[in-house]
Design a protein. Structure first.
Length: 71
């Protein structure tokens, strides 16, 4: 669980924003959303494969762009 230091003169809104940002960086929100309901193993594999394919296509498209500019 992320923690933050609260100083005497900090406003509540600022402290809350810092805490939410630290939770977001730690992946607390995404993890809780993921664990909200049971997901079948086949669905997990399918989702992870789709993420991997998207990542690879991005990487490939970036490579094509760089090669065109370097000529």
């Amino acid at each position: 669980m992320p923690s933050i230091r609260v100083r005497q003169d900090d406003y509540f809104d600022v402290v809350l924003r810092r805490f939410r940002r630290s939770c977001d960086r730690a992946g607390v929100f995404t993890e809780s959303r993921r664990k909200e309901a049971y997901e079948k193993p086949t669905t997990v594999r399918k989702r992870e494969k789709a993420v991997s394919e998207r990542r690879e296509s991005k990487r490939a498209s970036r490579g094509r762009i760089r090669r065109r500019h370097s000529c």
